[in-house]
Every structure is written in structure tokens, then in C-alpha cells.
Design a protein around this ligand. Structure first.
Ligand code: ATP
Ligand code: MG
Ligand code: FE
Length: 350
């Protein structure tokens, strides 16, 4: 089926068009520049930016895919989780589009969309797989037995998301927002063993309860304290060393837990997603340790890892392939939609 997907859960206005498992276009407009001076995404600013960006993004995506609105078989949209106001703009637009075109509408889960992105790489995807999703808003470890029917939450962050931690540490170090790429750059010339920062909740006993939750606030405090103490003592702070040591701690925790989950559930596959996957050290360590553990790692191209509409369209196409009915229009934006709710408001229990 030819599906147009709309994604507006955070700062990216994403419109993607897929035909089944084939990616036709993936248009992304970001309002990140407008948020940068606030040091974080401002919900109202994001919502208004979506409103302005949607129409041109749809037009551009249709042109790039060389299809017209009438050709579409279905419309798909992220209904959550994410920023309520931002989600609402996409949900409203998707409903308007589906009603005016008289096409079925699929309301789907953003996090499961991140997993569906992998389908568009063209390689055969195998389930079950463990999936690690790390972005500015999420740090989730999932067990995916079946993309359209069985996604289990193994753990998530109890406080800051991984990307958020990068952004906060960057601020402490006087680096601009968003901090992830800046820390990555600074860390390149630093010593990752210079400072031993804490690895929150990653002892064997923390994972023994079959829980894989994350916590990055202790690490953030430790870095802040370390920098403060140095400065108070009049000693120099090596930004590259702090950045590299901090990055090493985050990467260590993420990879340790993901691979432990693979072993515990006897799943030799790990899928990585979310904007933090742009981190070079994370990919390097994940690939290295997974190879040693006999786990196959999948990392979609970054354009499919960060928020985008194609992954939303891809998930809907899989739902259609699985014979799932469309969503009714009786759904709204749900900022805390649980990951187990893969599709929202299906019109009957299929
Ligand atoms: P959501 O949580 O809804 O997916 P988001 O927009 O916050 O939305 P992304 O756009 O996927 O998330 O990713 C942005 C985050 O990724 C930011 O926190 C940014 O600092 C982080 N990031 C980007 N590049 C890197 C990098 N090289 N290393 C570490 N973090 C990075
Ligand atoms: Mg973003
Ligand atoms: Fe996301």
C-alpha cells in the first residue's frame, strides 16, 4: 500500500511516503534553530512551527515520491508519546487529510515507529529483537517479538533521557545546544579513562530483577560536582577529558544493559534507534561488544533513526499488511502513550 506518514511529536515535522516496505520520500523540517537559544525544545514554539511546516512538507514529500494525494491508500500519524501540543497539530492534520480524501487513517505509536524504520533499509528483518531507543526524549529498551502485535517494555529512564543528559552536560561544559554532537566532537581528543564517572543502575543486581531501567541524573550530578570542585580549586578543567569520560559512562551503561537483555531473553539481535545513535562511540562500542557476544546489530541510516514520517508510514504499512483495520477518528494526542499500544483506536478487534 501507498502510505503517507505524519510525525510531529517533538521538533521535527516529518512527512514520509512508503510503498509497502519501500521508501519513496522522507521530508523533514526541524524547528531546532528556534529552540537553540532556550537550551531545549519549547512546546508552544514546536507546535506553531509544525503548523507552518506541514503543508509545504506534504507538498515536497509528494513531489519527491512522484505521487499525488489521490494515489494514497492510507494516511498514518503519530498519536503519542511526545509533546501534547506538537502531537495535536499532526493528529489534526492527519484527520483532516484522511477525511477529505476519504482514506483510512492509522494512528500509531512513535516508539514502535522508530523500530519500524529498520524495515525501510531493505534488508530482511528478523524478530524477536531487542531494541534500544535513545533520543532527546526517550531511553527505552524493548523486546520486539512481533512489530505489529507484541512489543514489551524491558526498561526506560527513571529521570533524564540519554540525549537530554548529553544536552545538560554540554551546558555545564559551556558547549552549545543541542549538546550531543558537541560532546561527541570535544570527546574525540579526550581521554575516556581520565575520570571514572558512575554507571547508574547497571550492576548485575540492578538487572537481576529482569528490569532494565536507566538513570542518568546521578551521572549528571557527578559531572557537575567534578567540574565545580576543579574550578573552585583553581585547577584547569579539560573539556575533552570530561566529555570523553562522560560519553564513555553513558555508552557503557546503554550497551551493557542492551546486551544483558539480549542474553537474558536469548535474543541474538539488537536494533538501535533514536537521535543519540549519531554518537560515534556508542555505535563503535555496541558493534564491538555485540560481536564478542554473538549478537547481530542493526543500525538504520541516521535519517531513519531521528524522528521522521517514513517510519510512521512504514509501521502503518505493516499494520495493513497484517490485515489490521484502520483507526477510528475517536483518538487524540496522547503524550504518555505506552509502547505496548502499537496502534491507537483500531476500528474493531482484529
Ligand atoms: P524524541 O525523543 O521524540 O525521539 P528528539 O527530537 O528529542 O525526540 P532526536 O531528534 O531523535 O530526539 O535526537 C536528538 C537528541 O540526540 C538530542 O538530545 C541530541 O543532543 C542527541 N544527539 C544528537 N547527536 C548526538 C551525538 N553525536 N551524540 C550524543 N547525542 C546526540
Ligand atoms: Mg528532534
Ligand atoms: Fe523519536
Amino acid at each position: 500500500p501507498l502510505v503517507l506518514g505524519i510525525e510531529t511529536s517533538c521538533d521535527e515535522t516529518g512527512i514520509g511516503i512508503v510503498r509497502g516496505r519501500t521508501l519513496l520520500s522522507n521530508t523533514i523540517a526541524s524547528s531546532m534553530d528556534e529552540h537553540a537559544r532556550y537550551g531545549g525544545v519549547v512546546p508552544e514554539v514546536a507546535a506553531r512551527a509544525h503548523l507552518e511546516a506541514l503543508q509545504p512538507a506534504i507538498t515536497a514529500a509528494l513531489a519527491e515520491a512522484d505521487v499525488s494525494l489521490d494515489d494514497l491508500d492510507a494516511v498514518a500519524v503519530t498519536s503519542g508519546p511526545g509533546l501534547a501540543g506538537a502531537l495535536m497539530v499532526g493528529v489534526g492534520a492527519a484527520k483532516a487529510l484522511a477525511v477529505s480524501l476519504d482514506k483510512p487513517l492509522y494512528a500509531v505509536n512513535h516508539l514502535v515507529g522508530h523500530i519500524a524504520a529498520d524495515i525501510l533499509t531493505g534488508d530482511e528483518v528478523e524478530y524477536p529483537t531487542v531494541a534500544l531507543l535513545v533520543s532527546g526524549g526517550h531511553t527505552s529498551l524493548l523486546l520486539v517479538r512481533d512489530l505489529v502485535s507484541d512489543v514489551e517494555l524491558l526498561g526506560e529512564t527513571m529521570d533524564d533521557a540519554a540525549g537530554e543528559a548529553f544536552d545538560k552536560i554540554a551546558r555545564i561544559l559551556g558547549l552549545p545546544y543541542p549538546g550531543g554532537p558537541e560532546i561527541d566532537k570535544a570527546a574525540a581528543t579526550g581521554d575516556p579513562t581520565a575520570i571514572r564517572f558512575p554507571r547508574g543502575m547497571s550492576r548485575a543486581s540492578d538487572m537481576a530483577e529482569h528490569r532494565y531501567d536507566f538513570s542518568f541524573s546521578g551521572l549528571k550530578t557527578a559531572v557537575a560536582r567534578w567540574v565545580e570542585q576543579r574550578e573552585a580549586a583553581g585547577e584547569p578543567v579539560s573539556v575533552p577529558d570530561v566529555a570523553a569520560s562522560f560519553r564513555e559512562a553513558v555508552v557503557d551503561v546503554l550497551v551493557t544493559k542492551a546486551l544483558d537483555a539480549c542474553a537474558r531473553h536469548d535474543v541474538p539481535r539488537l536494533l538501535l534507534g533514536g537521535g543519540v545513535i549519531a554518537n560515534r562511540r556508542l555505535r563503535e562500542v555496541a558493534l564491538e561488544r555485540a560481536a564478542a557476544a554473538g549478537v547481530a546489530v542493526r543500525i538504520p541510516p541516521l535519517s531513519l533513526c531521528t524522528d521522521n514520517g517514513a517510519m510512521i508510514a512504514a509501521l502503518a504499512a505493516e499494520l495493513i499488511r497484517g490485515g489490521r483495520p484502520a483507526s477510528t477518528l475517536a483518538f487524540g494526542a496522547d503524550s504518555t502513550l505506552p509502547v505496548t499500544e502499537i496502534q491507537v483506536a483500531p476500528s474493531s478487534d482484529a
